[in-house]
Write a protein that binds this ligand. Structure first.
Ligand code: FAD
Ligand code: NAP
Length: 304
């Protein structure tokens, strides 16, 4: 049995692992993919304080797993299926085994949402992508489309404009929700053409995307291009907190996990941190801070 099991090795989980193990707790992090979390999909990060010259999210996250492991935190490559609590002990279900823990920090973050146009699922990985830094290079000197109007869509449109010959930025409204500084950079970029009030209806092609049909304020526009990047927000990964139809802790109306200022959920010994918790600011620095707070609070809980 471990003192604390942490689910997810994004900024929140890795920071929790570092703090928990450095405080002397026997700690394990379960990660279903590669450690690093969502930010490893980002082509740039310029707002992590004190780190001024990293080029990408992948580069920022490179040393975080080692830093946690240095103090004894174990990182296990495994998906967690569910969590239950019996007699003050948490049971963490992996595929075919159970891991026991005295406290659990859930740091499962969020996953990209689909835009909902026809053939989106069919062409995922065949012309439709949710990661510019992974797939952008396939479209070098070709035209691509980016869907969305938030920080992710605009930042990734800027990144793609340095690789593609042209970027169509397709937004369903006439106002972006991205930060003003990012919007200004997009507006000044000659390689980005913005289609406001526009919704993609379908992607078409044989085996790979050959184009998309867009409803632009009532007019049908056919864009012949091989690459479409979908950045329309994300969904919180809270499934593992479900026991049948019920959640094991209190959930907030927006689908996030309700926590107090110390990251306590309504179930004693269970903490939620990062993008899945209530009122999350969805920033790497905030997720990392949450992880540290939860680990310190876990120490207090276990002392009791
Ligand atoms: P995540 O980073 O989502 O990590 C969660 C981890 O849990 C993942 O590794 C996932 O695989 C794992 N996991 C999920 N379910 C399970 C399970 N059942 N079992 C085991 N493991 C599981 N923020 C900034 O501050 N600056 C930026 O410039 C910035 N740019 C961004 C660009 C992009 C393209 C995106 C998508 C986000 C960006 N963000 C940025 C937001 C930032 O990435 C997130 O706020 C942050 O990563 C949240 O960290 P987290 O640890 O809560 O979750
Ligand atoms: P987001 O802020 O939720 O924006 C999603 C965008 O997609 C919105 O413009 C939305 O349109 C649009 N959209 C949603 N569903 C759609 C659909 N079905 N079809 C077409 N368009 C759709 O998501 P995000 O940009 O991924 O950002 C997520 C969080 O991470 C935010 O809090 C953001 O600030 C943060 N983040 C920060 C940075 C940074 O600090 N540099 C970088 C990236 C992300 P509407 O505007 O009409 O709703």
């Amino acid at each position: 049995m471990v003192d604390v099991a942490i689910i997810g090795a994004g900024p929140a989980g890795l920071s929790a692992g570092l703090y928990a193990s450095r405080m002397g707790l026997k700690s394990v992090i379960f990660e279903k993919l590669t450690p690093g979390g969502q930010i490893t999909l980002s082509s740039e990060i310029e707002n992590y304080p004190g780190v001024c010259d990293v080029k990408s999210g992948l580069e920022l996250m490179q040393c975080w797993p080692n830093q946690a492991q240095k103090f004894g935190c174990e990182i296990v490559s495994h998906e967690v299926k569910s969590i239950t609590k019996e007699n003050d002990i948490f049971q963490i279900a992996l595929d075919d085994t159970l891991q026991q823990a005295k406290a659990v920090i859930v740091a499962t973050g969020a996953s990209p949402k689909r835009a909902g146009f026809d053939n989106e699922e069919k062409f995922l990985g065949k012309g439709i992508s949710t990661c510019a830094v992974c797939d952008g290079f396939f479209y070098r000197n070709q035209e691509v489309a980016v869907i969305g109007g938030g920080d992710t869509a605009l930042e990734e449109a800027l990144y793609l404009s340095s690789i593609a010959s042209k970027v169509y930025l397709i937004h369903r409204r006439d106002k972006f929700r991205a930060a003003p500084a990012t919007v200004n950079r997009v507006l000044q970029n000659p390689k980005i053409e913005i289609l406001y009030n526009s919704v993609v209806q379908e992607a078409y092609g044989e085996d790979f995307v050959e184009g998309i049909k867009v409803n632009k304020a009532g007019e049908l526009v056919d864009l012949k291009l091989p690459g479409v990047f979908v950045f329309v927000g994300n969904t919180k990964n809270t499934q593992i907190l479900k026991n049948g139809d019920e959640f094991i802790c209190k959930m907030c109306d927006d689908g996030s996990v309700c926590v107090d200022l110390n990251m306590n959920t309504s179930l004693q010994g269970l903490f939620a941190v990062g993008d899945i918790r209530s009122q999350a600011k969805k920033q790497v620095v905030c997720a990392a801070a949450d992880g540290a707070v939860a680990a310190l609070e876990a120490v207090r809980y276990l002392d009791k």
